[in-house]
Design a protein around this ligand. Sequence first.
Ligand code: PBG
Length: 327
Amino acid sequence: MNPMHEQRLRLDPALRRLRRETRLDASKLLWPLFISETAREAEPIAAMPGVFRHPLARAGELAREAARLGLGGVLLFGIPARKDDAGSGAWDPEGVIPVATSRMREAAPDLLVIADVCLCEYTSHGHCAPLDGHRELSRQGALESYARAAIAYARAGCQIVAPSGRFDGQVAAIRDALDGAGFPRTAILSYAVKQASVFYGPFRDAAGGAPAFGDRRSHQLDPANAEEALAVAARDAAEGADLLMVKPGLSALDLVYRAKGAFPSLPLAVYQVSGEYAMIARAADAGAFPRRGAVRESFLAFARAGADLIITYFAAEAAREGWLEGE
Ligand code: PBG
């Protein structure tokens, strides 16, 4: 082979564009948003420089921005005014997520709104499930609460609910509840492969959902295990998950690749989580590398590995600043 053969299509920008196998576009990006019931203006999140807790009053504006940028959708997390032991704010029909969802759907009717379904932002103890009489997490209680929350969010107009507690059986419980309540069209994005990860640390600061005692290793997956992760994803698929997710992203690219291979017909999302955001943002701030290049490279890795959708705090910035096209 001529020694120039490999290099020939790399010699100038036009040839590199032609040669490029992976293309990014805004419709692949999902933008996670923290919506606060009490914030009066956008509150900076110390652990995630550049990310904010948005006031409920701005929900419509955010929706219009996401739609204008052509993003694939938004993923909503609620920060309620009050927490209690049961996490009842999660399924309150007048709660922060139902209100934000209906305002967003009204402001931008074509926008995809995904509502995260979990209790940790709503419980006074910060766990993703209610506690039983022995300070143990109640799986049954979690499933019942998720079902009620999913119905409240579907009624408010979200097209997808995304249960993130990772309690076994949550997809089936939510599917049954949605169908029973007259919402057969609402889809479920399962946090199928959700590892117990330190990279969620900044999120807990953002959403005020750090557990007051214990941790999440009883229900989230051990990062040491790949076979178990795929088995759990298979069960979620069998229970009726419409889309699957792998989380975190860069440290679980093997699972993105394998999940796409194992479930080729289900759209696969990868979540570039809060700690990954913080690593890139802080390293770029410190001058280690350009923010734009790091974000683009991470997105390319997700897409190459097989992710159809990328959930990322960089979504709006990357689309707005033209980082997706590349050079
Ligand atoms: C709630 C939830 C968490 C994340 C998404 N949904 C926190 C957790 O499980 O501890 C993490 C997202 C991120 O770190 O960006 N269960």
